[in-house]
Design a protein around this ligand. Sequence first.
Ligand SMILES: Cc1cc2nc3c(=O)[nH]c(=O)nc-3n(C[C@H](O)[C@H](O)[C@H](O)COP(=O)(O)O)c2cc1C
Length: 288
Amino acid sequence: MKIRWIEEKCIKCMLCVKDCISAVWRDIDGIPKIVAPDDCNRCSHCLAVCPQGAIEHDGLDHMQIKKTDAALINPEVYETIARGRRSVRRYKDKNIPDELIEKVINLVNHTPTASNSQNVGYLVVSDKKILRKISNAIFVFSTKIFYFTKKFPGNLIYKIIKLFPVSDTITRYIEPMQYYIDETKKGRDFILHNAPVLILVHAPKGAIFSNENCNISAGNIMNYAYSLGLGTCYIGFLNLSLKYSKKLRNLIKLPKGRMIYACIIMGYPAYKHANTASRKKPAIKWVR
Ligand SMILES: Cc1cc2nc3c(=O)[nH]c(=O)nc-3n(C[C@H](O)[C@H](O)[C@H](O)COP(=O)(O)O)c2cc1C
């Protein structure tokens, strides 16, 4: 990896040294020196912080590096997005142009990753048949559990589970299941909510921080999509199902060695949520 320090431009402010986490840049007798270029993790902090443009790096795309427009940073806009974004479970029967989906992915590609590994990938499923197959597989599995709770010994097991406080997560879906079944017969999709697009965020299977990298990206997908007038919903049921079902992993053609850590549906909302959310008070405990 070649990094070039342009001496004539450098004012020796040492910001490159101060901001370098990989110890590539070091202060040697008051001069910023590139000591270990091969240890560089390409985070581009040195280029971001240099006020003089005194660094060239052949491992980075200089065309992407632009001045941040500080005037555009507005906390109220961010607040409006964070408070206004809701999970969308009713979509218009309208496809999202590929370019718009790529716009979202290109932007969230700026999401941080541990050690700047940039190891997150995106599978975009927009084939209605595949989407339907995914929904059906998960829904049929859920109905089997429901019918199991209706007969011995399932009903006994269910009664015992209900005695435990954690049962809420299970009962919440089992109790209204008959309604879900009836509505599904009429065409409603309780799994992928008839969304036209599914984005599956993947990373190396079992690698340290794969989950974190994907889920931080997922948060950005949801917020940025909202700012573009798109609706999204995180589908945890699919996260779980993909973890255990090889059949589903084959269906989505998951590349070898990768695992899906976040699933998000996307589409044009059938209607708007005009009001912000109500949330429990945050559980903050100061440790001082
Ligand atoms: C990890 C996670 C898993 C979720 N799984 C599902 C899901 O499988 N199906 C669904 O409809 N919503 C799912 N949601 C959406 C939540 O139910 C939703 O975010 C929550 O009720 C708050 O509502 P809001 O997103 O509209 O503000 C999930 C959200 C998260 C963060």
